[in-house]
Write a protein that binds this ligand. Structure first.
Ligand code: MG
Length: 251
């Protein structure tokens, strides 16, 4: 299944299942019980929204060896974890706002794991049972603010700093997906999620022993090497095999 959240011209919001260019409208949400209604809408006729409104995005820093190396940092012995606020989420095709106080704004292409049911103290063996599916995240970062602040909350927590989408798919194996980012069509990052230092089941288990993961919560698994800055007017695209393209403009 490919789950989407959409907005119609009349202001109506809903969830649906994407099949080619058509959305089958759901009664309910993919994070709870739902039924597939008889109503279908053409994808072109609606605006796609972020497929989840998470209570928290749990993000992993330095989870690709080459990204740690480009900062001259050692490979972490345990996951580096930070949170992005629920207010940072934004839709595919929307504008990432370049904050006035930032002088270097970076993209970070990331595979996002979307939790499907409440997870607390989950074992690594059972972890994938709690996953609804996967989507694409851009862990947008005010890079110049990152070292100024003892924590990463300011550098990564601005409104619009978590583009998510375009859909959640349960049809892919998150452990081996090509991941690419482009700015204005030029390839910037190219890797594979098989290069993750801490695996997805390990991360779900580890995090769920600290905080309860709720349906819709997102674990953003870290970015590969190749980060750089963006300017106002740039178009940033992140593509992950089987998950489509997450495209946003900087404004
Ligand atoms: Mg990141």
């Amino acid at each position: 299944m490919k789950y989407v959240r959409f907005l119609e011209d009349n202001g109506n919001e809903g969830y649906g299942i994407l099949k080619d260019e058509v959305i089958e409208v759901l009664d309910g949400t993919p994070f709870d019980k739902y039924e597939i209604t008889s109503r279908c809408i053409e994808k072109e006729k609606v605006k796609l929204l972020s497929p989840s409104l998470f209570s928290k995005a749990v993000c992993i820093g330095l989870n690709y060896r080459d990204h740690a190396e480009e900062f001259g940092l050692p490979i972490p012995e345990s996951p580096v974890v930070f949170l992005k606020p629920s207010t940072s989420v934004t839709a595919p095709e929307s504008t990432i706002i370049y904050p006035d106080m930032c002088h270097r704004l970076d993209y970070e292409a990331e595979l996002a794991v979307v939790i499907g049911k409440t997870a607390r103290n989950v074992s690594e063996e059972d972890a994938l049972e709690y996953v609804l599916g996967y989507t694409i995240a851009n862990d947008v970062t005010a890079r110049d603010l990152q070292p100024k602040n003892g924590q990463w909350t300011i550098a990564k927590g601005f409104d619009t700093f978590m583009p998510l989408g375009p859909y959640i798919s349960d049809e892919v194996d998150g452990s081996k997906l090509m991941i690419t980012s482009r700015v204005n069509g030029e390839t910037k990052q190219k890797s594979n999620t098989s290069n993750l230092i801490f695996s997805i089941p390990y991360l779900i288990s580890y995090i769920s022993h600290v905080m309860t993961l709720l349906p819709g919560d997102v674990i953003s698994t870290g970015t590969p090497g190749g980060i750089s800055g963006m300017q106002k007017g740039d178009i940033v695209e992140i593509e992950i095999e089987g998950l489509g393209i997450l495209r946003n403009t900087i404004g």
